[in-house]
Each structure stands twice: as C-alpha cells, then as structure tokens.
Design a protein around this ligand. Structure first.
Ligand SMILES: [Zn+2]
Ligand SMILES: [Zn+2]
Length: 385
C-alpha cells in the first residue's frame, strides 16, 4: 500500500473541514452519510452497505484469498453543542458542532480507503461509518441490522483522539478501556394540593431532597479501582414555578458510571434500592437512557495494534487506567469480534472533547491512516507483495 500523497492528504483535510462545517447529531446523519458514500464510490469499494442501523455506511475492500474480516470503525455524528471558535470552517449549523473529532475519525478511515486501492492479499477490510455514537445507540443498531451477518468481523479496531496526550502518541489498554455508563431518569408522582394545606397532598419534595443527596453517595473509589463507581446528578425538577400549589410531580436525572459491566449491574441495584427507600407513598417510574457498555479491549487485538505502531516507530503508551468517558465501541467486542479501541494523543494543550472550542487536529490524520494501514498489512498482507 502506497503512502498518501500530499494531494490526497490535502483532499482529506479539506473534506474534514467541510464535514466540520455541517455537523449532524446522532440519528440525523443523512447528509454526512451521503458525502461518505460519494467518497467511497469514487475510491471504488468492492461493496457498499447504506442505511445500516440508521444512517450507517460500510464499505468492503476484499483480497483474493480467504482470510479474516477486519473491521475499522469511525463515527458519523456531531454534538448538540454550540461551537465557539474563529475557525474559517466553524460550524454553520446553530447549536451543533463536531466537538468530539468524529470528523477527523471519518477522514482517517477515508485515508485508509484511499490506500486500499492496493487490496489486501487475503480476507477483507470493512470500513464502518457508524451512526449515533454519542447517544450509545448506534453500534447496537448496526449490529441489529438484518444485513450485519454479511459484515460481521473477526477483528474490530477503532480509535478515539485524546486531548491532553502528546500528538500522535498511541495509547493502548488491554482489558477495560472505557467505562460503562447509563442515564437514570427518575419520575416521581404524588398528589398536588393547595399550598395552604400541603398535608392534603403528597409532595415528591422530601424524596427528591433525600435522593439528590443520597444518590451521589453511591460514588466510590477512583478510576484505578475495579469497584470504581460514580453517580452524578445532572438534572432536577419539582412541580411548577408557582406559590399556590404544593407539587405533585418531580424528576431527577442521574448518570451512573463504572469500570465494569458487572459493577454497573450492582450500581443500578443500589440506586433502585435508594429510590424505593425514599419514595414511599409516591408512584415511581424509572427510565434508562444512553446505555453504554464498558469497552473491554481484547488482548490479541491490542497486541496487533502495538506491533503495528512499533513497526512504524510510533510512540506507544500502555495506559495505567481506563478512560472515564464511555464509547459504544464495546458492543463489537460483546458481539464476538476481537476488538480494540486505540487512544491517539491529540496534543497536550488541546481543548478537551465536547469543549465548545475543541477542534480535531489535522496532523493526526496521517498518523491514524498509517497505523490502521499497518494493522491491515500485518494481518491481511498486500496484493502488491
Ligand atoms: Zn463525544
Ligand atoms: Zn467521540
């Protein structure tokens, strides 16, 4: 596989800026998917799937000989956050921005597609442009698509850029790599009454006060501990903004986070138990949202990535602890693939993910392209050899 020419790299960076200007949030990535399909068609993919689990797109590049399927995944979605920057290519969509770097992840995979004009010798490469990562719904939706059996990989790789680490550093972490997390919406309903006679009603107020203090107490340990858990209160609402009514309804939102899926199951039970204890006399409805399973990186897949980074002379770091933030990439491991998420440094003084002034560093594109092409070369060989 030939290295990217400077014209090809310029094209990818220009495309990244165009994607950056027109971010689409989870589940609404129709235009982004169109652009990706146009690029993949130009590059002559052997097979294309569209509309996977929503707006997902996958492209196959196949070798002549039998061999494993290696899937490389990136994400299509931006965020419902207003971008604050002076960039010439800043978001033109009010209240939406590519502030997690998925625009950069996408063009990295298009860079791999560019180099795959030289096909692998055996097996096949699937490039997956996954929808709805930010809500935790997209990976599972792709896996639930009836066409997934045509794609199902033996190995899956992806990367996320990591602000705060040196640009281009390859972070590796076998075992738990990203936390499990989920949103817990607690709806409490009692009975309204005149503010002059609160005893005639049932207010959710006392239960809410107890839970606002009590649920965050379920947090324990640090990210270095297997038992790490974190419960963060994110929203509270009680009754209406009046003075005449003792309230009937209340709502709390709490985000639960843990290093392992097992710990998450226990944390959910503890949280439910607290709600039960404090919500006596109220009717309670619990809804779960944004469910992310933990990313658990496969040992063999991680070691393949380590070898590839080593062959390129890229600087590697064995990460001592997992990332606190969640990633729905864990679903591909749950589905049976040997999966590894790689953590590529985005620069030490770079704004953090989801900050309003975050922007993906273009200098990371060739680093990522080289790394994933080396993984493909090591696993599947190259037609030209
Ligand atoms: Zn994000
Ligand atoms: Zn992201």
């Amino acid at each position: 596989m030939q290295a990217l020419s400077s014209e090809q790299l310029d094209h990818l960076v220009a495309l990244r800026h165009a994607l950056h200007q027109s971010p689409e949030v989870s589940g609404e990535e129709a235009q982004t998917a169109e652009r990706i399909v146009a690029e993949l068609t130009k590059l002559g993919a052997d097979r294309l799937w569209r509309g996977l689990g929503g707006h997902g797109v996958a492209a196959e590049f196949s070798g002549r000989e039998e061999g494993p399927t290696v899937l490389l995944r990136c994400e299509l979605d931006g965020l419902p956050i207003r971008e604050i920057s002076d960039l010439p290519y800043k978001s033109t969509i009010p209240g939406k921005g590519h502030l997690c770097g998925h625009d950069g992840h996408m063009v990295s995979m298009l860079g791999v597609a560019t180099r795959l004009t030289t096909r692998p010798q055996k097996g096949r490469v699937i490039l997956l442009f996954q929808p709805a990562e930010e809500t935790g719904a997209g990976a599972q939706a792709v896996i639930d698509d009836p066409r997934w059996p045509e794609i199902r990989p033996d190995f899956s790789f992806a990367y996320h850029n990591v602000p705060g680490r040196p640009l281009g550093e390859v972070g590796l972490r076998k075992g738990p790599g990203n936390c499990a997390s989920r949103g817990m919406q607690i709806l409490l309903e009692g009975k309204s009454s005149h503010a002059a006679a609160p005893e005639d009603g049932v207010s959710p107020g006392p239960a809410m006060a107890a839970l606002m203090a009590g649920l965050p107490e379920l947090s324990c340990g640090t990210i270095g501990d297997e038992a790490f858990s974190l419960a963060t209160l994110t929203h509270a609402h009680l009754g209406e903004p009046t003075f005449g009514i003792a309230p009937a309804d209340g709502e709390l939102r709490v985000t639960l986070r843990s290093m392992t899926n097992e710990r998450m199951d226990a944390l959910m039970q503890e949280a439910l138990h607290r709600v039960e204890k404090h919500a006596l006399g109220l009717s309670v409805d619990i809804l779960w949202h944004d469910v992310f399973r933990a990313v658990v990186n496969d040992v063999e897949a991680t070691s393949i990535a380590r070898t590839a980074a080593g062959a390129l002379g890229q600087r590697c770091r064995e990460m001592p602890t997992p990332m606190r933030w969640s990633e729905d990439f864990g679903r591909f491991g749950d589905d049976g693939a040997k999966a590894a998420l790689l953590y590529l440094g985005a620069g030490e003084n770079h704004p953090q993910l989801h900050n309003p002034d975050y922007d993906f560093p273009d200098a990371l594109v060739p680093v990522a392209v080289d790394l994933f092409c080396q993984i493909v070369q090591d696993m599947l060989g190259s037609e030209a050899q």
